[in-house]
Design a protein around this ligand. Structure first.
Ligand code: PEP
Length: 252
């Protein structure tokens, strides 16, 4: 089963509109016409429209970093799927550990967000991953199983492969402490096996990214692993040349 590699940069709370446009101007000459790797940028709400406009016609797809599951309502400060769809974004990163940890995003929220995005034709990038303490306690597989099973519970079996799953061990995010190739492969293969318990064919197609301190110099090894289909990249996605180096790693 060949799955197109998918490298997505997550800018988190970085970049004004001007910064974002400067980044796109730098990235497009390096990677704007790549056709063997899917490229994504997860952009702050305020710069989404500018990045959608400046990447139009290129290989780069634009993602938001959060969304509310409700169609509309009294949810001050939140943004709906229709509001993002109107901007022409391709999808949304949901369940990032920073949102789970600092903003109380729960598996119950994700269980509503993921199918709601799919119903609107948007691609969810669903982040899952264990903490340092959970890994130390031997709970990694249980944590991943709970997140994958609960967050995908209301996705139809035949739609499972429309979701991208990002395996992001919390201890590797922004720490420079990258998972070993064995740890990354084992966790991504485990996630695929949990999805296969529902629908083997969809599990063979679903893309599973690794995220956590991916850099140009470790990308090729990680992205060459059999069950790792790409990367979700934070710090190293803030500079065009660095993200382009990781995209190159996905082609190696
Ligand atoms: C992330 O924010 O999803 C991430 C993986 O960050 P970093 O690459 O900086 O570890």
């Amino acid at each position: 089963m060949s799955r197109t590699p998918f490298v997505a940069g997550n800018w988190k709370m970085h970049k004004t509109i001007a910064d974002a446009e400067a980044f796109v101007s730098g990235l497009l000459p390096l990677a704007g016409d790549v056709d063997d790797v899917q490229i994504g940028l997860a952009v702050p709400f305020t710069a989404l429209q500018a990045v959608v406009d400046s990447t139009r016609g290129s290989a780069v797809r634009v993602y938001a970093q959060n969304v509310h599951w409700a169609e509309h309502g009294a949810y001050t400060g939140e943004v709906s799927i229709a509001m993002l769809d109107e901007l022409d974004v391709h999808g949304v990163v949901v369940g990032h550990s920073e949102r789970r940890q600092y903003f109380n995003e729960t598996d119950a929220d994700l269980r509503k967000k993921v199918p709601a995005l799919l119903a609107a034709g948007l691609e969810p990038i669903l982040c899952v991953g264990e903490s340092d303490a959970q890994r130390e306690a031997g709970e990694t597989e249980q944590v991943l199983r709970t997140q994958v099973v609960e967050d995908l519970a209301d996705v139809a079996d035949e739609d499972l492969a429309k979701v991208t799953v990002a395996y992001e061990p919390i201890w590797a995010i922004g720490t420079g402490k990258v998972a070993t190739p064995q740890q990354a492969q084992d966790a991504c293969a485990f996630i695929r096996s949990v999805i296969a318990e529902r629908f083997a064919e969809q599990a063979a197609q679903v893309r599973i990214q690794y995220g956590g301190s991916v850099k140009p110099d470790n990308a090729a090894e990680l992205l060459g692993l059999p069950d790792v289909d790409g990367a979700l990249v934070g710090g190293a996605a803030l500079e065009p040349a660095s993200l382009a180096g990781i995209i190159d790693g996905a082609r190696a």
